[in-house]
Design a protein around this ligand. Structure first.
Ligand code: MRU
Length: 385
């Protein structure tokens, strides 16, 4: 077993010889596993400019809501490095004004990479808030190193939260059970371990439950086939790959005990944006009385949005459908509609597994208590009744 969920798909690397914390900030770079090459090639790219980080997010070299957030946090550090160098390449110390103006520019730029996963904006806001909290009190060098610490913290926290979600979610898994997932919500989509797939890892590795997982291949970019099938198999989970259009019949045949998916943004009422096709899976699950669970950390909730209709949905290049992976599969120039996400209404969701427990039923009141106030589900229930 190779523990693929512990792959370091994102890491802050530092040039050897860098001895101070400021060196670690100024001479570091974001190493990103290029997920577009999986499952055949394991290769990382070194993001030494903010443009490379932006392109990595835009092109789905890194993807999955939590991993996008972590990349953006490190991306802010990469973007700020330029103000610490003169045109001739020698090191300099920028003024506070210059530092904060570049911070503003860098966060605004990274925010344009992808619109749906709220973790991107959450991480950028957190980085800005960290810097602002130190403005006027610390030197720019100290603020810079604190920003690298903050990015590392966002990364490490995600690893812890995924395991907490995994443990809560595993209580919904039975020994000998069979489950379905869509897209990739595993170690590749997070710091490591995963959200929906973290539930399978915990159930299998920590609780010894024997499970089978059906992975939808996830048209058009095949995150399910290229990433989930690969990642689950590498971790020793019994996985069967199906085309998206087979999910309904697999449910009809009684092969699915529950569905577990990740999320890109969850509105205040529980409506959930996730990879295109998720809504269809939820409708099928309802038809067959199969529980449908979303697994996501608090950073994926957007309590500013009352309902899912307000979630911005990314539309991607039609060529992803006309010539996916380079082969022409549709008439040249044919009209294509290519939304990357859909929204599953909360009434189709049995529960949302968070780091604070399983919210079920999914109501705006429980979401506000658990997510808005950072309470455990147990405490939120005690409080209310
Ligand atoms: O377009 P992608 O691959 O970034 O879409 C990813 C998903 O929809 C995931 O299911 C979601 O981000 C959850 S990842 C833990």
């Amino acid at each position: 077993m190779s523990s693929a969920h512990k792959l370091h798909s994102l890491a802050w690397r530092v040039r050897s010889g860098a001895s101070t914390s400021l060196d670690a900030f100024v001479c570091g770079w974001l190493e990103m596993l290029d997920q577009t090459l999986l499952p055949t090639t394991l290769r990382t790219i070194d993001c030494r400019t903010i443009e490379t980080v932006w392109e990595g997010i835009k092109s789905l070299r890194v993807r999955g809501a939590p991993a996008i957030g972590i990349s953006a946090a490190y991306g802010v550090c990469v973007g700020l490095q330029t103000v610490f160098y003169d045109v001739d390449g020698s090191r300099r110390i920028p003024s506070e004004e210059e530092f904060f103006s570049r911070l503003d520019e860098a966060t605004k730029y990274l925010a344009t990479s992808r619109p749906t996963a709220v973790n991107l904006f959450w991480a950028l806001d957190r980085m800005k808030a960290k810097a602002e909290s130190l403005r006027g009190q610390k030197s720019v060098e100290e603020i810079a190193t604190s920003l690298l610490d903050e990015a590392r913290l966002i990364h490490e926290e995600d690893n812890v939260l995924c395991r907490k979600m995994g443990r809560y979610g595993a209580s919904l898994i039975k020994d000998g059970g069979s489950y379905l997932t869509h897209c990739n919500a595993g170690g590749l989509a997070t710091g490591e371990y995963g959200t929906a797939l973290g539930v399978f890892y915990w159930a299998s590795e920590e609780e010894g439950k024997k499970i089978r997982v059906y992975a939808d291949e996830t048209r058009p970019l095949l995150q399910g086939a290229r990433l989930t099938a690969w990642e689950l198999r590498e971790n020793g989970i019994d996985v069967t790959l199906i085309c998206d259009s087979m999910a309904a019949v697999v449910m009809l045949q009684g092969k699915v005990d529950a569905v577990f998916v990740g999320a890109d943004r969850i509105a205040r009422n529980g409506d959930t944006a996730n990879k295109i096709g998720t809504y269809g899976v939820a409708v099928c699950a309802k038809r067959h009385n199969i529980p449908f669970y979303v697994v996501a950390p608090r950073s994926t909730f957007d309590l500013t949005l009352e309902s899912g209709s307000l979630i911005p949905i990314e539309e991607r290049n039609p060529e992803e459908i006309r010539r996916g992976f380079g082969k022409q599969t549709a008439p040249d120039g044919i009209d294509v509609y290519n939304p990357a996400f859909d929204v599953t209404p909360s009434e189709l969701i049995t529960g949302v597994v968070t780091e604070n427990g399983v919210i079920s039923p999914v109501t705006p009141e429980m979401i506000t208590e658990v997510v808005g106030k950072n309470r455990s589900v147990e405490d939120a229930l005690k409080n209310r009744y």
